[in-house]
Design a protein around this ligand. Structure first.
Ligand code: AMP
Length: 271
């Protein structure tokens, strides 16, 4: 595994290869990231993983500062996975140049997390646009756990006619049902249990909604989540996952999208 901290030396190395399979991350690696990396390795191209906690996608400085970082452990895991390249850029390496391509931000960026984290998706698209320009990956592996993010990145790529292809990867879960997330490391045992109960509640509810749409009663669901131990709920909404229209009646392809807090820990998922 070769490690790069600046784009010049990275490009010198990777532009010699046949193409790159790229897995962008913010570190704090877990089973979700690992499954993306394993899929990337199957592509036969060289796998490049980045670790960059992007300050521009955090709407609160305190959240950026306290984001779980564990580079030592990450390095150990990545070595074991035998990835080809690791890119750990500085903020200047990423933001010290003007990208050629303008970011395209689909209007869906105003919904769900976009409503509650101002500037979040502008920050996400800004950084991915820069990574694409630096790396020119053939494939980019993204997780469905962050479905809205994945959708918006796809829209940007389509609109700007970028040649990279997005590979959608399924959500990996802990044994207790909750989606693996770097932020889970902040949950204590009791809080894990709350998150797990909320997951199963919503998982079962989705099955019932499929049969009887009137069960999608947002106020009741929010109350139930608070009773289960959530401290604040940003949203619980349903969307058809192909075109992101709200469903009005039973629709096989809909997912429940939700974001809530346990104490000050914000968790998002979709089922
Ligand atoms: P992050 O480090 O949180 O920015 O995530 C990096 C990539 O890993 C993104 O494409 C995420 O959607 C993906 N990811 C995060 N958690 C999971 C998970 N539990 N299952 C699958 N992919 C995930």
């Amino acid at each position: 595994m070769k490690i790069f901290k600046d784009k010049q030396s990275l490009q010198k190395e990777i532009f010699k290869t046949k193409g790159i399979s790229f897995v962008p991350t913010m570190g704090g690696l877990h089973k979700g990231h690992i499954s993306l990396i394993k899929q990337s390795k199957k592509s036969k191209l060289k796998t490049l993983v980045s670790i960059f906690v992007n300050p521009k996608q955090f709407n609160k400085k305190s959240d950026f500062r306290s984001y779980p970082r564990n580079t030592k452990k990450d390095l150990k895991q990545l070595k074991k996975l035998k990835i080809n390249y690791l890119y750990i850029p500085t903020i200047k390496d990423i933001y010290g140049f003007k990208p050629k391509e303008r970011v395209f931000l689909d209007k869906f960026s105003k919904k769900l997390c976009g409503k509650f984290r101002r500037g979040h998706f502008e920050g996400v698209l800004n950084v991915i646009n820069r990574f694409i320009e630096i790396i020119k990956p053939k494939y980019i592996f993204l997780g469905k756990k962050d479905y809205q993010q994945m959708y918006l990145i796809k829209k940007h790529i389509e609109k700007r006619k970028i040649k990279s292809k997005i590979i959608e990867c399924k959500t990996i879960r802990e044994n207790n049902g909750i989606a693996c997330s770097s932020r889970n490391s902040k949950l204590n045992k009791d809080q894990m249990k709350i998150a797990s109960n909320i997951y199963y509640y919503l998982y079962n509810l989705k099955k019932k909604i499929k049969k009887n749409y009137s069960l999608f009663d947002v106020n009741k669901i929010k109350k139930d989540l608070m009773d289960l131990g959530a401290n604040k709920i940003d949203y619980i909404e349903n969307y058809n996952i192909k075109h992101f229209k709200k469903i009005k009646k039973t629709d096989k392809k809909f997912n429940l999208f939700f974001a809530y807090y346990i104490k000050n820990i914000r968790l998002i998922d979709n089922i």
